[in-house]
Design a protein around this ligand. Sequence first.
Ligand code: SAH
Length: 377
Amino acid sequence: MPAAGPALPVLGAPRRRAAMPPRHLADLDLAGRRAAAAELGVPAFRAAQLSTHYFGRLVRDPAGMTDLPAAARERLAAELLPPLLTPVRELACDDGATRKALWRLHDGSLVESVLMGYPDRVTACVSSQAGCGMACPFCATGQAGLTRNLSTAEIVDQVVYLAGVAAGGAVAGSPPRLSRVVFMGMGEPLANYPRVVEAVRRLTAPAPEGLGLSQRHITVSTVGLVPAIHRLTEEGLSVTLALSLHAPDDGLRDELVPVNQRWKVAEVLEAAWRYGARTGRRVSIEYAMIRDVNDQPWRADLLGRLLAGRLAHVNLIPLNPTPGSRWDASPKPVEREFVRRLRAAGVPTTVRDTRGREIDGACGQLAASEPGSANGR
Ligand code: SAH
């Protein structure tokens, strides 16, 4: 008898073999960097010096590390600071408070990162994969499929770059220090689990080992890969977990978030509550408001019943337009009624701003097209 095929394509499996990048300083912890320096015949303390430049001063280009002797600098640069992200284009809107960077990786893959300035904070939204294998029909990233996982350093380098932009005063009206990172760019972070967790460790380790951000100010957003949520629960980190729910019922969620065919609403919420109980962190439930699809009053009430009394809050996201999508955002009165019902059920609810729409930098719009290509700008 032929073996039964899996119910779903193997989610997260790359379509073609794409090469991982060369090793970089940010792939290693400080001990690993010291060992790498020693292997190159360079005194171990140079590893800390290099780290201070990169994580402490946000200097990514070895040419700016002038206190290192030329010979050692060259060797260290070649082995520990290979260029990972080649800038293709940078766009800004909201008077410079929102910026999107498009990068080419060493194998030609394209990814995007977004910097968002607010009066009290600056947030980096980073990609964890080139493309995405989760195939959510309302998300532009999901339409092209997955190319490959990003390395730890490819993730960290996006943040270090954006932190440098913020430190340069480019985000008018915001503090110069980048304080938050959200894994809400391209890709499903929990499908690239080890590298994402390692990136979190690098971002939160104190300088010069890492960037010194607070774990609480890092948000990992997921479609709901239940085993990976359990694994994250045991990791001993206190990052914020965001769950892209988008529907309170399996019938609709099977369609909007195809991974729901494998892990149902009840199961994914149970995993989220366990995460919240272990970490003490309130789970963020993300819900894109799609006109006449998931915005009915009865769905608000059902969602309210599922979440009432839990350590959770709802973040409604007005649906952002994506190329070729048959869906659009819920009308404002419908959105207000949805919010009202959730709050009446005792569930804290906010509506996310639609930052970056004009530059295709808002939630679900990151598709990394080249300037001049079909949907490039
Ligand atoms: N793969 C992760 C990380 C992406 S985060 C996840 O799905 O959680 C991006 C968030 O924006 C997710 O909640 C995603 O569902 C949501 N999103 C995707 N497309 C969108 C769109 N067109 N409009 C609004 N939100 C969207």
